[in-house]
Design a protein around this ligand. Structure first.
Ligand code: PMP
Length: 448
């Protein structure tokens, strides 16, 4: 595979950008990432003209793939052609806000921002402002963007910054606990309950192996936070408008948080974030309330148009049916291949998310069986229950050097683009086809 252009571009980039990239994960590919020239349906074409089936899809935002349907593209182009932005409100912001309020159970009001990170920063400030408390409980291994309050590791009694540049005194207000561990959650509330502003979690951990909540866990979080007058914040930056369709993961699980953060799909491929929730809480944002929040680009008309048209297209067409069906086909195809060739690996995911992770040495392969789709972790009677990762420690044990060689090197050489991070989810889009799935399964078969 010729990659002269990507190599030359990476050389130039290294002299002017840290690590040659604008976001850390992009440099994870050794010896250098490929540079994309353009997208084409479910594929990307790199600077050297190589074509890849793309399961990264911009790390999640591209529900419709790279070729936007005509009506979506036309609205984005019309909006951009009338002038990029104004610093004063536009109708399309109201349209998108109304759409989200109509479809997502927890959202009565919403504020749009420019990234998932900005959404979680603002949600944490909002929770602290609303409750008058300081501490935020997060899940070990959870990711909520590049922000001070959540780049914290360790445990609730010994939290530490996970990045240089964050004071220990900041980290002390963040309490990491294991996901799916009811007792740990009860303990942290026992010890700090009076000062816990919120529990912040993804309903399904999608950045670290794809870990599903065990049956009743999200309900327990709802109960404990209610008992202690703390807020429950679901970070649906990835799961929002993907898992559970337009109602998001919260409608899929039937658990309604107080506040939800969004990003990715809600901006149709343009920079976006949002914080939605109960009206009396969201109203705490300035100017209606005392929690300061503002942004030059917030509610950007082109982003709002892209998000609205994307979601409207999904509401009127078979988008979720298509992506979920291909997701099932990928997961069950992979399960068969693993059973046959690589019993140490497990398929995880649901709806249009999938991932293959190394989980164990042993003869019993594959996580999913016919009746044991994605929610398998919720069923303790499932014969494969023990192999399902249930928290970050399980996922961490799955870390392997093999991954780089197998799934990145060999899959890329066969023209399949998988996520750069060992544990981050991969995504099916409306532009993917059954042929893309079959080609990908063949490549996995070969690589394994
Ligand atoms: N929350 C979650 C759950 C995410 O997965 C991400 C990014 N993948 C973020 C927040 C941060 O979003 P952004 O990269 O748009 O700042």
């Amino acid at each position: 595979m010729n990659d002269d252009q990507s190599r030359a571009l990476y050389d130039r980039a290294l002299s002017v950008m840290p690590g040659g990239v604008n976001s850390a994960v992009r440099a994870a590919i050794e010896p250098y990432p490929f540079f994309v020239r353009k997208g084409d349906g479910g594929h990307v074409i790199d600077a050297d003209g190589n074509r890849y089936v793309d399961w990264v899809m911009g790390l999640g935002p591209l529900l419709l793939g790279h070729d936007l349907p005509e009506q979506v593209r036309a609205e984005i182009q019309r909006t951009a052609s009338e002038g990029p932005m104004y610093g004063t409100p536009t109708e399309v912001e109201v349209d998108l806000a109304e759409f989200v309020v109509r479809h997502v159970p927890s959202v009565e009001k919403i504020r749009f921002v420019n990234s998932g990170t900005e959404a979680t920063v603002s949600a944490v400030r909002l929770a602290r402002g609303y409750t008058g408390r300081n501490k935020i409980v997060v899940m070990q291994g959870g990711y909520h963007g590049a922000q001070e309050s959540t780049l914290v590791e360790g445990d609730a009694e010994n939290p530490k910054p996970s990045s240089a540049g964050i004071p220990q005194s900041f980290a002390e207000h963040t309490l990491p606990v294991p996901f799916n561990d009811e007792e740990a959650m009860r303990d942290v509330f026992e010890n700090h309950g009076d000062d816990i502003a919120a529990v912040l979690t993804e309903p399904i951990l999608a950045n670290y192996g794809i870990v599903h909540p065990v049956e009743g866990y999200l309900e327990t979080l709802r109960e404990i936070t209610d008992e202690h007058d703390s807020l429950l914040i679901f970070d649906e930056v990835i799961t929002g408008f993907r898992v559970g369709g337009l109602g998001c993961a919260q409608s899929h699980f039937g658990v309604t948080p107080d506040v939800t953060t969004f990003g990715k799909i809600v901006g149709g491929g343009f920079p976006v974030g949002a914080i939605g929730g109960r009206a009396e809480i969201i109203e705490q944002f300035a100017p209606s309330g005392p929690v300061f929040q503002a942004g030059t680009f917030s509610g950007h008309p082109v982003t709002m148009a892209a998000g609205l048209e994307t979601l409207q297209f999904a509401a009127e067409n078979d988008v979720y049916e298509h992506v979920n069906r291909l997701g099932d086909r990928l997961r069950s195809g992979l399960t068969d291949i693993l059973a046959d060739q690589a019993p140490n690996y497990t398929v995880v995911g649901t709806d249009s998310m999938f991932k293959v992770i190394f989980t164990r040495e042993g003869p019993s392969a594959g996580l999913l069986e016919d009746q044991c789709d994605a929610g398998c972790v919720q069923d303790p009677d499932c014969p494969r229950y023990d192999y399902c990762p249930k928290n970050a420690a399980d996922v961490k044990r799955a870390e392997t050097d093999r991954w780089r060689r197998l799934f990145w090197g060999q899959m890329k050489d066969q023209g399949v683009f998988l996520s750069q991070n060992q544990f981050e989810s991969q995504f099916v889009s409306y532009a993917h086809t059954e042929e893309d799935v079959d080609e990908t399964l063949e490549a996995y078969k070969e690589a394994l």
